[in-house]
Design a binder for this molecule. Structure first.
Ligand SMILES: NC(=O)c1ccc[n+]([C@@H]2O[C@H](COP(=O)([O-])OP(=O)(O)OC[C@H]3O[C@@H](n4cnc5c(N)ncnc54)[C@H](OP(=O)(O)O)[C@@H]3O)[C@@H](O)[C@H]2O)c1
Length: 286
């Protein structure tokens, strides 16, 4: 019997991973959901999952949270700038608790990409390798659902504005990334493996606009801007210069292909094709 733990289980990806583990046949009582706020996952405790309090920034919570855990899914945190220290706290506690393998949600080509989000993932990967614990690196691509935060704006204006040109994105749904994580957790043979996970076929922002048009029954177009004009536009609508620069850097990264991969690792882990853009968009707008 293996005991699995999932961090970030109150978040979208972590929650899908816990329910995916149950669907794959793991007994709910062999799953530990690690969360800051247990009341957020009452649905999991009702199903028999062990819910334990754990804060990446509070090492004293992590020792008890990881007691008896064999295989851990470390879902990267959401507090950009603090994540290396936070993830290191989890890795140290896992080592002390005797965790035998950590599956970590990293970012595409974490060790070589210039993507502005990558340095914390690269440092976490290095901490994992240095820990001596077996690892599996899931270098996740972009979530198809990332557009949802801007959906109202797209609907209101009829356009997606960006600076990503015709850059291709190997996006996949959170559900697919969670299913891949479940496969990497429960199947044998993923020790010290590094997977570049991307959906196929890849899409441009023009393709995303077309998929949204069909899903919403209205016309949404993609309008491309030069990066400096895009950053200035973001500042003109109230973003501070740092945030505007960060968002623009992501657009530029997309235009040069940093979110694209030809790897089939996601499809191999899933044992099927990844969910197509149109289907992922239609589900997300519901
Ligand atoms: N590939 C992509 O396109 C993409 C996009 C966005 C994010 N990400 C990364 O993927 C991760 C998972 O995505 P998601 O959609 O599931 O994000 P999410 O819904 O925001 O979930 C983030 C989870 O991290 C937990 N968390 C944050 N700080 C923590 C801390 N100090 N201690 C313990 N738990 C903490 C949150 O707990 P609370 O519920 O307590 O806040 C939440 O459960 C994100 O955290 C981020 O690193 C990837």
């Amino acid at each position: 019997m293996t005991t699995y733990a999932v961090t970030g289980a109150s978040g979208l990806l972590g929650h899908l991973a816990v329910t995916g583990l149950i669907e794959s046949g793991v007994a709910a009582s062999d799953i530990v959901a690690l969360v800051r706020t247990p009341s957020k996952v009452a649905d999991l405790s009702e199903q028999g999952v062990q819910v334990r309090a754990a804060d990446y920034s509070a090492p004293e919570t992590l020792a008890a949270a990881l007691a008896g855990v064999d295989t851990l899914l470390l879902v990267s945190g959401s507090e950009v700038g603090q994540r290396v220290a936070q993830h290191s706290n989890v890795i140290d506690a896992a080592k002390n608790a005797g965790v035998s393998r950590i599956v970590y949600t990293s970012v595409m080509r974490a060790d070589t990409t210039e993507l502005v989000l990558a340095p914390e993932h690269k440092a976490t990967e290095e901490a994992l390798r240095a820990s001596g614990i077996a690892f599996t690196l899931l270098r996740n691509g972009w979530y198809i659902e990332n557009f949802v935060a801007q959906l109202d704006q797209y609907r209101a204006t009829g356009e997606i504005v960006g600076a990503s040109g015709d850059g291709l994105v190997s996006g996949a749904t959170r559900a697919d990334f969670a299913a891949a994580a479940v496969a990497a957790l429960v199947q044998p043979g993923h020790e010290n493996a590094v997977y570049e996970l991307g959906g196929a076929p890849a899409y441009t922002m023009t393709d995303l606009a077309a998929a949204l048009s069909s899903a919403l029954g209205t016309t949404i177009v993609y309008r491309d801007m030069a990066p400096d004009e895009y950053a200035a536009m973001l500042e003109s609508v109230g973003l501070d210069a740092g945030t505007a620069g960060f968002v623009t850097a992501l657009e530029v990264a997309t235009s040069r292909g940093d979110l694209y991969t030809e790897s089939r690792d996601l499809q191999h882990l899933l044992g099927r094709e990844s969910t197509p853009l149109a289907e992922g968009v239609a589900a997300a707008v519901k």
